[in-house]
Design a protein. Structure first.
Lengths: 130, 130
DNA sequence: CTGAGTGCCCTAGTTGGCTAAGGCAGTAAG
DNA sequence: CTTACTGCCTTAGCCAACTAGGGCACTCAG
């Protein structure tokens, strides 16, 4: 899990997103336990309170449920919910990029070019051997 | 200029981005004066100090230069620099989206689908009359 | 029962961002 | 010169977000 303490985004929100993504990707599965507060705090080098705040948020959003003394578990439909959430988030960010680009005088076609280039270098045509 | 006081992004950075975009789009042209500290502060309903902080950053980045007693002006190649910066920013954000998507188990192809949908609803095939 | 684990809670403390109020120095038009 | 603008600087303080440390209640294997 990658945490950037110098980001403008609060640490606990970074953790929330990381866990949500992990649930979406199936790293943690429904009815399965997540890392304990202290374990995750140790791993990410942040305060246990901060992790708890992240877990609180995840519980509020319905991706996990907690059992005192036992641990935190992924809800039954947590994975589907997390996948939906991931798609909505991606859509939202792409909308923002398009909007910001338009303000700077760059049309959607221009953004598409950049997008193609980004995809190209992201997965450099996997399949060709040297 | 749209400022969201409840964003995680500091207000002065929001102003920086807005001005940079305006320079890129040609709203403010090289050798032209930007709104004065106090004028912009009044317009955006923030403290003049916050605006100054934004202007400091813009000057540090080389998009504008200040003349005491006269005002703030766009540098000679400010527009080109701002356009370059906008493209780099877009690229960076798209990279981030792709990376976040991958972590959540969504492949580039999936992101492209969402991107196409976003573009579709962003500029709904301008040209067809009802 | 005991002990080590768990989530939970409380109370501080720090920090960055922002506000506030004022003053100084420069420019330019009247 | 006077006036009204500019950018710039200083000091002080506020506030929310975030961090920190410690303690409590619960669960469960031994």
């Amino acid at each position: 899990m990658e945490i950037d303490p110098r980001s403008h985004i609060p640490i606990y929100l970074q953790i929330v997103e990381a866990i949500r993504s992990a649930i979406a990707a199936g790293v943690y599965r429904p009815r399965e336990a997540l890392p304990s507060l202290r374990a995750l705090a140790l791993e990410t080098q942040v305060n246990p309170n901060t992790v708890q705040r992240a877990y609180d948020e995840l519980e509020r959003e319905g991706f996990v449920y907690s059992q005192r003394g036992r641990g935190l578990f992924v809800t039954e439909d947590g994975r589907r919910a997390a996948q939906d959430h991931a798609r909505r988030t991606i859509r939202h960010r792409l909308d923002e990029v398009l909007r910001a680009a338009a303000v700077a005088g760059i049309e959607p076609a221009g953004v598409r070019e950049i997008f193609d280039a980004a995809i190209e270098s992201f997965s450099p045509t996997e399949g060709q051997s040297p």
